[in-house]
Design a protein around this ligand. Sequence first.
Ligand SMILES: [Zn+2]
Length: 188
Amino acid sequence: MVTDTPARKSDSAGFLESERIKTLDLPQDGYLPRITRSIEEAMKAGETADVRRACAEFLEASTRFYRVPHCVVRVLAARPLRVREHWSTELFGDYTPETMLIRVWMRTAVRKEVTSFGTFLSTLCHEFCHHLDFQKFGFRDSWHTRGFYERAAALYHHARGTPLKKLFWIPITGGRWRMDWQRTNRGA
Ligand SMILES: [Zn+2]
């Protein structure tokens, strides 16, 4: 995971705010983890309609909890040929702020392999965090800052019922950061 280049002056306050917010309020009940398990079961069974229904339920519960407008989800069998250019790094899904539409796909574009459940869920949480950036935090854009990835990870681990890891980062050129997977996985 690599962060975006820091925003130009007109947007730099929002960018810094996105960078700074590293936590996300999480529901205290087990509702999201329960829906998450039904997404996993539907994926295992290969039932796209059930996957779609469970994803819609996941987003309904999440929008209710965060008190943001409803967003729509489309679960696609394979990655569409034309993918939004806005975020070139989105390999398994995308989000369109204007229509509040999340798309996730169950197969990779090139080799048509089934997306793993972990990747699929992580993508759903990632795209929903773009929705939160616009609708909850009121940012003018949704940047991939370190804070953004922390928020997406918090939601993912809550939904999956796995412990939240501390993320470690390495600075790269242009004011960007690359996640240090080794340290992150080691936890130190
Ligand atoms: Zn993204």
